[in-house]
Design a protein around this ligand. Structure first.
Ligand code: ATP
Ligand code: MG
Length: 189
């Protein structure tokens, strides 16, 4: 539909946003294979390959005028690159989610999550107080069951992203709207 005065839709007042790790193509393929495999064990609804991610910090509905403040928070994060080895299937009964996690999480991952949370808190954004459990959601409405041993997925973490989530009748649609490299030299003072 064309709006009077132009066909650009106006910027919405709020955006549903979260910071995340977004897989490169090889990692996405590997996660997708693991999703198919876990689905054979536990059933449920598989996540589409292009939507898999790890949430680092969930912001929820955010005034679009605060996007610059979010970008500033992210630019201050100067933590290091690392490899995340996802080698353990997990199941949460309360929300029927089947996921892939890590039996050992490198300290750099927690450094990244902490650096983001601290910056966001200082800038007045709401921060989830629950302890962070690194996980890739693979199945929804899953029955779970015995935990099968899985082939590890090695995910080279080289960047993090800001994602916009649009919820509609058929679920969430995600769009990566910004990216930041990890391990870059600190910004000049
Ligand atoms: P839907 O809500 O339609 O089931 P979704 O949960 O994938 O889809 P969002 O609710 O936009 O989409 O969430 C985006 C990401 O943030 C998901 O990885 C979700 O698990 C995570 N997330 C959502 N709410 C919170 C929260 N309160 N705290 C931490 N992470 C959250
Ligand atoms: Mg949700």
């Amino acid at each position: 539909m064309t709006e009077p005065g132009g066909n650009e839709s106006p910027e919405p007042a709020t955006l549903r946003l979260f910071f995340a790790l977004w897989p490169d193509e090889a990692t996405r393929d590997a996660l997708n294979r693991t999703g198919k495999w876990l689905h054979q064990h536990w059933g449920g609804r598989r996540m589409r390959a292009e939507t898999v991610h790890i949430t680092l910090a969930f912001l929820g509905e955010t005034p679009s005028g605060r996007l610059d403040d979010l970008v500033a928070c992210a630019e201050n994060v100067g933590t290091d690159v690392y490899d995340l080895i996802l080698d353990q299937a997990g199941y949460w009964r309360h929300n029927r989610i089947g996921w892939l996690g890590a039996s050992e999480t490198p300290p750099q991952h927690f450094d990244l999550v902490r650096a983001l949370a601290t910056g966001l808190q200082q800038a007045g954004f709401p921060v989830d107080a629950r302890p962070h459990v690194p996980h890739v959601t693979l199945l929804r409405n899953s029955r779970g069951g015995e935990v099968p041993a899985c082939t590890p997925v090695v995910w080279p973490i080289r960047e993090f992203v800001l994602v916009q989530s649009d919820l509609d009748a058929d679920g969430a649609h995600y769009e990566v709207i910004r990216r930041w490299e990890l391990g870059r030299p600190p910004r000049e003072a």
